[in-house]
Design a protein around this ligand. Structure first.
Ligand SMILES: NC(=O)c1ccc[n+]([C@@H]2O[C@H](COP(=O)([O-])OP(=O)(O)OC[C@H]3O[C@@H](n4cnc5c(N)ncnc54)[C@H](OP(=O)(O)O)[C@@H]3O)[C@@H](O)[C@H]2O)c1
Length: 280
C-alpha cells in the first residue's frame, strides 16, 4: 500500500510508521522537527527501508505548506491507498497561524480537512482507498461554538483541544456521507490514553501533570497505534465507513458528535475558511 501519514515522527504516528514499514508498505510522511526526523531516518537506514519512505516538510497549521505538500505528492504519479490524519497537538498557550486561526483548531481539524479535500479533489486517493482520522475520547463532553469555531475566545486549553477532537468526528461523519457511493471509506479512531510527548508547548506545572498522567496511566505508542494499523490493513473493515473505533471495535460517540446538522454546519464553515485562502 501507498500510505500518507501526518505526524509520523513522534508518538503514535511514529509507532504506526515503523509498523507499516515492517509490513512492507510505502510511506509518505510529513515532518516539522528535523531532530525527530533524524531519529526516524536512523531507524529506517538501520533496517534498510529507505526505498519505502518519502519525507515532506509540512507544518499542518499552515495552508501554504499543505498546498505545497499535495503538489509534491501529485508529482509522484501515485494514487494513494490510505490517508492517516494523525498530526495533533495539545497547546496550553493560545497561539495563531499566519491566517490568524488558533493553532489547535488549525492543526487538529482544519489541516486535516484541507489536506483531505485537496487530495480528493486531485483524485489522489484510490477508489477503494481509506481515510483514517485520529480523534480522541476527549470529544465526549465537548460542544462547538459556531461563532467562535477556532475557540479564540476560550481560555481553557482543554476546551480548545476537546472541541478540535469533536471536529475530527463531525468531519468524519460528514465526509462519509459525501463519499457514500465512491468506494472510499473514512473512519475516526481513539488510540487510548497513550504515553507520548503530546503536551509539549510550555514547560510548566500543567505540562508536568499531563506528562506524568500519560506516563503512569498511558499505554505504549505501539498499543496506541494498533487500531490505526487494524483500520488500514484488516480486510474485515475495508467496507466500513463513517464509524468511530476504539480498541478495534465500533464505539459510541457523544450525542453531539452524532448530530448530522452540526456535522453539515462544520463542513460548511470549514469550507468557507479554506475557500477564503489566498496564495501568492
Ligand atoms: N497521546 C494520547 O494520549 C492521545 C489520546 C487521544 C488522541 N490522541 C491523538 O493522537 C494523535 C497523535 O498524538 P501523539 O500523542 O502521538 O502526539 P505526539 O507524540 O506529540 O506526536 C504528534 C505528531 O504530530 C506532529 N505535529 C504536531 N504539530 C504539527 C504540525 N503543526 N504540523 C505537522 N505535524 C505536526 C508532531 O511532529 P513535531 O513534533 O515535529 O511537530 C508529531 O510527529 C493526535 O491527533 C492526538 O490528538 C493522543
Amino acid at each position: 500500500m501507498h500510505i500518507i501519514l501526518t505526524g509520523g515522527t513522534d508518538g503514535i504516528g511514529l509507532s504506526a510508521a515503523k509498523q507499516f514499514l515492517k509490513m512492507g508498505h510505502s510511506l509518505h510522511l510529513t515532518y516539522r522537527s528535523i531532530n525527530k526526523l533524524k531519529k526516524l531516518q536512523y531507524f529506517i537506514e538501520s533496517k534498510r527501508l529507505s526505498k519505502l519512505v518519502f519525507f515532506y516538510k509540512c507544518d499542518i497549521s499552515e495552508p501554504e505548506n499543505i498546498k505545497h505538500f499535495v503538489s509534491e505528492l501529485s508529482k509522484r504519479k501515485i494514487v494513494f491507498d490510505c490517508l492517516i490524519n494523525n498530526a495533533g497537538v495539545i497547546l496550553f498557550k493560545k497561539s495563531f497561524n499566519s491566517r490568524g486561526l488558533e493553532k489547535v483548531f488549525a492543526i487538529n481539524h482544519l489541516g486535516s480537512f484541507y489536506l483531505t479535500k485537496l487530495l480528493l479533489e486531485k483524485t489522489l486517493i484510490h477508489a477503494n482507498g481509506k481515510i483514517i482520522n485520529v480523534g480522541s475520547s476527549a470529544h465526549q463532553k465537548a460542544s462547538l461554538d459556531f461563532d467562535d469555531l477556532d475557540s479564540k475566545k476560550t481560555r481553557s486549553w482543554y476546551t480548545r483541544y476537546s472541541r478540535s477532537k469533536l471536529c475530527n468526528l463531525l468531519f468524519t461523519f460528514e465526509l462519509a456521507k459525501k463519499l457514500k457511493n465512491s468506494g472510499i471509506t473514512v473512519n475516526c479512531m481513539h488510540p487510548g490514553i497513550v504515553s507520548t510527548n503530546i503536551a509539549q508547548d510550555r514547560i510548566g506545572l500543567m505540562q508536568f501533570i499531563i506528562k506524568t498522567v500519560l506516563k503512569l496511566k498511558g499505554i505504549s505508542p505501539t498499543e496506541g497505534a494498533d487500531t490505526i494499523i487494524f483500520l488500514a490493513t484488516d480486510k474485515s473493515v475495508s467496507h466500513i465507513s463513517g464509524k468511530y473505533f476504539v480498541k478495534r471495535k465500533i464505539s459510541k460517540t457523544s450525542p453531539y458528535a452524532e448530530n448530522i446538522s452540526y456535522a453539515a454546519q462544520l463542513w460548511e464553515a470549514s469550507e468557507t475558511i479554506v475557500k477564503s485562502f489566498k496564495f501568492k
